[in-house]
Ligand binder design. Structure first.
Ligand code: PLP
Length: 226
């Protein structure tokens, strides 16, 4: 990739601001989550120095090494990937926000563990699956109402929004209908809630459709390390 990390971060911020402006929104309504999965702590520190305050990780196991190394004072950590039951406790211990709650069973477990761990508040988003993809996590639209009702009754889990990871299309425009639909659902079931949607290749489209959190990895950090 051309240029340094700082240039790429500034470039993404400019594109976020432009997309917000185009759609009559204020750029401050859109938060950048820098997806640091596969990238080392050293790179994350560089991003912090360049002004990034929120990072996304998709695996508890990887984050379990990285987060303690960097600490939680200078950055907030969002879990954006599928959460396995046996990783729930560690997730509660190390993450600030969880984007991937997609079942009552998982919500129950997180609520219970928050109690056991003395965590008073855990902001969560519900991951919604609008494409019926077997291989992906996320709750179907018809199960959403029951899960929302459950989360509203939780003492410690705080439902703050909806998240989507749509099918991948080379053409970013092809994901627009999913973003639009999630925004409509949000307006209906969780007015004013966060919308976590948009990745490196389609975050501008997501912002045009109402995203309040964009999860951007490659456009900031370059290709993923393995
Ligand atoms: C990896 C990942 C991203 C970021 O993807 P890029 O294409 O690298 O921007 C966003 N959301 C989720 C859930 C991810 O797993």
């Amino acid at each position: 990739m051309d240029g340094g990390l700082k240039e790429r971060i500034d470039g993404v911020r400019t594109r976020i601001a432009d997309a917000a402006l185009r759609s009559g929104r204020d750029a401050s309504e859109v938060r950048l989550i820098a997806v640091s999965k596969t990238h080392p702590a050293e790179t994350v520190r560089e991003a912090i120095a360049a002004g990034v305050a929120v990072f996304g990780e998709n695996k508890v196991q990887e984050a379990d090494v990285k987060i303690p190394e960097i600490g939680r004072g200078d950055a907030k950590w969002h879990l954006i990937g599928h959460l396995q039951k046996n990783k729930a406790r560690r997730a509660v211990q190390i993450f600030d926000v969880i984007h991937s709650v997609d079942s009552i069973e998982l919500a129950e477990r997180l609520e219970r563990i928050c109690g056991e761990e003395g965590r008073a508040e855990l902001p969560v988003l519900i991951q919604v699956d609008l494409a019926g993809e077997e291989t992906k996590s996320g709750i179907a639209e018809d199960g959403l109402g029951v899960l929302i009702d459950y989360l509203r009754k939780c003492e410690r889990l705080k439902l703050i929004g909806l998240m989507i990871l749509p099918p991948f299309y080379d053409d970013a425009e092809a994901t627009r209908p999913y973003f639009k639909k999630l925004c409509e659902i949000r307006d209906r079931v969780l007015p004013g809630g966060e919308l976590s949607m948009g990745m490196s290749h389609d975050f501008e489209v997501a912002i045009e459709e109402g995203a309040t959190m964009v999860r951007v990895g490659t456009a900031i950090f370059g290709e993923r390390q393995i």
